[in-house]
Design a protein around this ligand. Structure first.
Ligand SMILES: [Mg+2]
Length: 190
């Protein structure tokens, strides 16, 4: 198990990690998810501190892609329709010049178990399924979608002395051009 002070990157499943696992099934087949702003801020902090962030999900939607792009996650580090999370985790490591033991991976359900075991640090939320809890190095006290991601990132950055908020830093979300233009017009800082 890699200690938090030696973690260089994060990789996350989405459903049950950034969310409580609920999806709102729309008539057109799209699935809507609720994200937690405190988790999102932590992802932004990770990005600002130079940590590559990977998203490895079996799901697929434009909103997942856009949400994580807004938080600074590189498009190439977002793996949707993942059918083998180890393969995608290894690809993420390779393209970011990392070894598996430098990465913390977070998952909550059975398809995540091989990646949880392969990563340097496997961590799961309090409401993960039992097999995942047994396969993880750390079981967080926070459930998915309710500050679990914040817990992992904040703990790691604190262990490395990097949980420092610069009010003058570019911490705001990377809004798409049309929203940034709208905010400019209304005089708000983005
Ligand atoms: Mg999941």
């Amino acid at each position: 198990m890699t200690e938090l002070k030696d973690i260089k990157a994060f990789a996350f499943d989405v459903d049950g990690i950034f969310t409580d696992g609920s999806v709102l099934a729309m008539p057109d087949g799209d699935l809507l998810r609720t994200f937690n702003a405190k988790d999102s801020f932590a992802v932004r902090m990770a990005w600002m501190n130079g940590f590559p962030v990977g998203i490895i999900t079996g799901g697929c939607s434009e909103s997942i892609l856009n949400r994580f792009k807004m938080l600074g996650v590189e498009t190439e580090n977002i793996y949707m329709l993942s059918r083998n999370k180890i393969v995608d985790l290894e690809h993420f490591c390779k393209r970011n010049n990392l070894t598996l033991d430098q990465v913390a991976f977070a998952g909550d359900d059975v398809p995540d178990i091989p990646a949880l075991k392969a990563a340097g640090l496997g961590i799961c939320p309090a409401d993960a399924v039992e097999e995942v809890k047994q396969a993880s190095d750390i079981v967080s006290e926070e459930p998915g979608g309710k500050r679990f991601v914040r817990d992992l990132i904040e703990r790691t950055l604190r262990a490395q002395g990097k949980w420092k908020f610069d009010p003058h830093g570019s911490w705001a979300c990377l809004y798409p051009d049309h929203l940034a233009a709208f905010a400019d017009k209304t005089g708000k800082n983005v």
